[in-house]
Write a protein of this length. Structure first.
Lengths: 341, 748
């Protein structure tokens, strides 16, 4: 591990200043991903800015707009167990509980979850090339070991996926991210936060230098999905594994017809995967297999597999159908019963 | 012959349990010394070639760095490769760390950074700059298998395949029912909870105390003395606790060499511990492919068995296991042809992993038997009963005991096997298909020569000493049980010392032989101690004057007359009268020794019948193992509690073998890529449901003097095959490569 300086920020402004002072500084809170990466020599920041003492980054509060504001420091577990989240945005609670382990969920924060890095094997191994870790060095996952890798939105430079479960639900719910930076505060639509790899896979998201996440904002209109939702995660063992494919499905069904729909996939792309066409294919239809199949076809449009992950395309299609079925029936997938309903 | 007594045969909690759960038990990387320096290993990024240059200047310039050892500046060690051969080494030239510029595998240690802190050593390790001359490598068994060969030199203790019997090829061709398939098992890595580590304490005057993560302190000691030219008196290896071995600690691993080398060169104490990632750079279960063909009658009776295995090994050693012999042992057939071959890869040498060879060969054999059951319409249990071996036809010997029939019966009954509808896909609940499968298991039973000392002191305490380790199996506890019963003492009055090279001689702990071997040695030492105590107690003027062994009983810390219970002597009193050092007896036990069985007259094996239930989501391919019943015949069960734990652990690992474990290698880089426990999957709690363990009655008076056959391995042996057979029953899909992952179920 490279030596680094450590600064405990006492305010958001202080943190922003510290980040601006040292361009390769990293924010540390729960440390569940960053500390590992530093031990492996994947992340080698010369400074850490500890934001865990900044009071304004805490708390889950109602917003003036009628939604919820989740502070960047709120642990994943606290979000999942919050009564308001469970009642109004149960898809989010469910997705969080599908991820990691209780110990990790206790330590990991909301902001950190957004900024966790890919689980690509090559990214983690400094003895191999990786465009995300070392731009221009190549992507050995292409043609290599790529079971976990992207089937959508990848590029010739990177086929890594974003590993979060929580973010798949946030994408589906249309959350916003409030950030603070040297040029003041701004809000970023969730869909615009994470990036596709393109020719700059080293950049996971659209945060600008010096910016930090203050909070995640859940919009009031997403409460309409509280009755019909499901988070279905398929993986290589029944817990503590990253998704091969996960689906966040949310429907607003009135008088037998879908009036609004959200559908996002995890484990398949460099960011949670949503497509307007897929959701449009559901709206106006009865909640039936035909509509679900049309949505799946739309969402997986352009999907392309690699040596070891082509199966994910068909698996994703089936998972979409099941998750939409669960959502429509009002029987969301349990995250404790390992049987898939 | 040992009888079930107060402690032996009863469930007892581990006597080392409180020390372990309170952190009092000290493991190899937890021993420390005043001037301890820390080593961190730099590993090769390529699989084959040469080091052109290795620049350590930046690393050495870092504050706190003491020295960086490479092949260019390492101290002199033994020149002959045989000096590096440990007690259980396979044929070949053992890997010699930092020996030359040659790269033999990815992950090979090519430098050791020693610093005042672990953190400084790790930081400096990242600064060592290496350039390589890459040469073409091969890590893919699918290609290397075409150059397979029969190992010219056999590994000591590993039986080669028996000579062919009859004409299996011809008989297979003529058989009314023919089954043939290829069955593959991925390479697996041990990953005990405690990573490999060595702390060398520099005692001054060239003397070393070595705390090594090992399953054999005397093996580590011999290796160190041979390689570094030291005398046995100068090197003491002390490793009282081992955080899981599973075979990974049978042979000395490279951190032992590196820590001793650095300690001798720097004349100070040094610790070298591997990271979890580095644990994927050494010993592993070899990737293995099996070709099995069975020729049978319409009634399922086997006419011909052919089983060929090709297992991966390293370029420099011929690691060998018993993979195919089981197919000639478990079921009788007139025509049998078994072959075992190796294929060389540019990896580190594979090594023994729990029940080495057996679950690989039995996955193939027991899958094929299940296919035969389907083809003939004979129930899988009935098929095995129709093909029950009453004799070891490989060796043409009788068995010491074999209660496999009772395993089938007890397991099937507990599982509810009679309610199974044999048609694949016929049992379901909601969206889930239910599959019931079963398989047999078999593993060697036997002893290795082991010595033990029993010492009674004037305070009435009994000290047991043996160099064997307790790798988490419960050895401390069963030895205390045996000793306590022998002397009529409570278990609390027995102190057991293990894992110290100065203690009476013991082999490495492996092969399921430790309970039988060390247990028999302790029983023998205690028996001699009883004789010595009684001789003193029976002296003239004593209340027990003239008493013979049959006249007395050892109980409650006393020797008591059977005829007149009022006449007794406290053990402590007898000892006190004979001097301050206590009374000690040292004895050995092993095959061929006086009072032990003749080693060549019989064959001895443990057996099991494993029954598995899986539930598989029909559309999504998600698989759950919801129930396992494992019925085991393993002779006397010394401690049903620790015994059950051994089988549970084996079953859990069998579930991992069936569903999860797989080293994913990038063959272009020649490198394992999922080298962490996040990406290399083993079962987690959610994957484990109901597991039932049954020990059937089995009396065995020939395998060991205490009636014990051993339990460490048998639990894993048939488990993966039973699960794969259950998958077929659920889905109609025969998946012939492990692990059975979601994609194989969907595509199968």
């Amino acid at each position: 591990m490279k030596r680094f300086s450590y600064h405990r920020a006492d305010s958001v402004a202080d943190a922003v200043q510290a980040l601006c002072a040292t361009p390769d500084a990293r924010i540390v809170a729960g440390g569940t991903n960053l500390v590992d990466l530093m031990k492996y020599g994947v992340e080698t920041p010369s400074a850490l800015v500890d934001v865990t003492r900044i009071a304004s980054l805490n708390g889950i509060d109602d917003t003036d707009e009628g939604g919820l504001r989740i502070g960047a420091l709120v642990p994943n577990r606290t979000v999942a167990e919050d009564e308001r989240v469970a009642a109004r945005f149960p898809l989010l609670a469910s997705a969080i509980l599908a991820g990691a382990t209780p110990q990790l969920r206790n330590a990991a924060t909301t902001g950190g979850n957004l900024n966790q890095r890919t689980r690509c094997y090559y990214f983690y191994d400094t003895k191999t090339p990786c465009n995300k870790r070392e731009p221009g060095s190549g992507c050995p996952a292409i043609g290599g070991v790529n079971r976990l890798h992207a089937i959508l939105g990848a590029s010739e430079h990177c086929i890594a996926t974003h590993p979060s479960d929580m973010c798949v639900a946030l994408a589906a719910l249309g959350a916003e991210i409030r950030v603070e930076g040297p040029n003041g505060p701004r809000r970023i639509r969730f869909a615009d936060y994470h990036r596709l790899p393109g020719d700059a896979p080293e950049r996971d998201n659209t945060l600008q230098p010096g910016e930090i996440i203050e909070a995640v904002l859940l919009p009031p209109e997403a409460e309409a999905f509280a009755g019909h939702h499901s988070y279905l995660k398929l993986r290589d063992r029944l817990s503590y594994a990253f998704a091969l494919v996960s689906v966040a499905a949310a429907l607003d069904i009135r008088e037998g017809r879908i009036v609004a729909a959200r559908l996002a996939l995890g484990g398949v792309a460099h960011k949670p995967w949503r497509r307007e066409e897929a959701e449009a294919a559901l709206v106006g239809s009865p909640a039936d297999e035909a509509a679900f199949a049309a949505a799946a076809t739309q969402l997986l449009e352009g999907a392309q597999g690699h040596e070891h992950n082509t199966f994910k395309i068909e698996l994703a299609r089936r998972a979409i159908l099941r998750a939409l079925g669960q959502a429509a029936a009002g029987t969301p997938q349990s995250q404790t019963d390992k049987r898939i309903a | 012959m040992l009888k079930n007594d107060l402690h032996v045969g009863s469930p007892r909690s581990r006597i080392d349990g409180p020390a372990k759960v309170t952190g009092q038990a000290t493991y190899a990387a937890e021993f420390t010394a005043a001037d301890l320096a820390h080593g961190y290993i730099v590993e090769s990024a390529i699989a084959r070639g040469r080091i052109v240059s290795i620049d350590t200047a930046a690393a050495e310039a870092l504050p706190g760095v003491i020295r960086v050892f490479t092949h260019e500046n390492r101290p002199k060690t033994a020149w002959f490769t045989y000096k590096y051969r440990d007690m259980v080494a396979p044929p070949g030239a053992p890997f010699r760390p930092l020996y030359s510029d040659e790269i033999q595998y990815s992950g090979q240690p090519i430098a050791l950074v020693v610093a005042e802190s672990f953190e400084a050593a790790r930081e400096a390790a990242a600064l060592v700059a290496v350039t390589y001359d890459r040469q073409p490598h091969e890590t893919d068994l699918a290609r290397a298998r075409h150059d397979s060969y029969e190992p010219p030199k056999k590994r000591n203790g590993i039986a080669p395949p028996p000579a062919p019997r009859g004409d299996a090829q011809q008989a297979f061709g003529a058989a009314p029912v023919r089954i043939a398939g290829e069955y593959a098992i991925a390479s697996e890595h041990h990953n005990p909870m405690e990573p490999h580590a060595t702390t060398v304490v520099w005692e001054g005057g060239g003397k070393l105390t070595v705390h090594d993560k090992t399953q054999g302190v005397q093996n580590s000691q011999a290796y160190v003395t041979n390689v570094f030219g030291l005398s046995g008196d100068d090197v003491r290896v002390v490793s009282p606790y081992v955080g899981g071995g599973f075979g990974s600690g049978l042979r000395p691993q490279h951190q032992l060499f590196l820590a001793v080398m650095a300690s001798l060169a720097l004349e100070r104490s040094v610790r070298v511990e591997l990271t979890r990632q580095q644990m994927f750079g050494h010993v592993h279960r070899p990737e293995t492919v099996n070709l099995v063909s069975l020729g049978a009658g319409e009634d399922g009776k086997l006419h011909a068995i052919q089983h060929q295995a090709i297992a991966a090994t390293s370029r420099f050693e011929d690691h060998q296991e018993v993979v195919v012999n089981w197919s000639g042992l478990l079921y009788p057939a007139e025509h049998v042809d078994l072959r075992y071959e190796l294929a060389k890869l540019d990896t580190y040498s594979p090594g023994d992993m729990r029940a080495p060879g057996a679950p690989l060969g039995l996955f193939a054999l027991e899958s094929a038997m299940d296919e035969l059951a389907v083809a003939t319409g004979v129930d899988p249990v009935e098929l095995r009963l129709r093909n029950y071996a009453e004799r070891d036809e490989n060796e043409d010997k009788p068995f010491t005991s074999k209660e496999l029939r009772a395993c089938y019966r007890a397991g099937a009954e507990r599982f509810g096997w009679s309610r199974r509808d044999p048609r694949p896909g016929s049992m379901r609940e909601g969206r889930e298909l239910i599959g019931w499968g079963m398989a047999s298991g078999v593993w060697d039973a036997g002893m290795m020569k082991t010595s033990a000392r029993a010492t009674l002191t004037a305070d009435g305490r009994l000290a047991i000493a043996c160099a064997t380790s307790d790798i988490g199996t419960g050895t401390y506890t069963i030895l205390a049980q045996i000793a306590a019963d022998a002397l009529g003492l409570p278990m609390e009055a027995v102190d057991v010392a293990l894992g110290d090279s100065t203690l009476p001689e013991a082999p490495v702990q492996g092969g399921s032989w430790t309970a039988a071997s060390a247990g028999s040695a302790v029983a023998a030492a205690c028996s001699s101690l009883r004789d010595a105590l009684l001789t003193r107690a029976a002296a003239e003027g004593s209340p027990l004057a003239g008493a013979k062994a049959d006249d007395v009983i050892f109980e409650g810390g006393h020797i008591r007359s059977l005829a007149d219970p009022a006449r007794s002597l406290a053990l402590g009193e007898i000892v006190a009268a004979s001097g301050p050092d206590g009374i000690a007896a040292t004895e050995s036990a092993g095959p061929g020794l006086i009072g032990m069985m003749l080693p060549k007259s019989h064959s001895s094996y443990t057996h099991s019948a494993v029954f598995a239930e899986v539930r598989i989501d029909e559309e999504l391919g998600v698989l759950r193992v919801t129930r396992i019943v494992n019925a085991v015949a393993a002779g006397r069960i010394l401690n049903p509690k620790t015994a059950r734990s051994q089988i549970l652990g084996g079953v859990v690992w069998g579930i991992g073998m069936a569903l999860h474990e797989e080293a994913l290698t990038d063959h272009r880089l020649g490198r394992i890529m999922n080298h962490s426990l996040a990406e290399y999957h083993v079962p987690v709690n959610a994957d484990i449901d109901d597991i039932e363990v049954i020990f059937v009655e089995e009396s065995d008076e020939k395998t060991s003097p205490i009636g014990v056959k051993g339990l460490g391995e048998i639990g894993i042996v048939g488990t993966a095959a039973a699960i794969a057979n259950a998958v077929h029953h659920a889905t109609g899909k025969r998946i012939r490569s492990l692990p059975i992952t979601i994609d194989k179920i969907l595509q199968g």
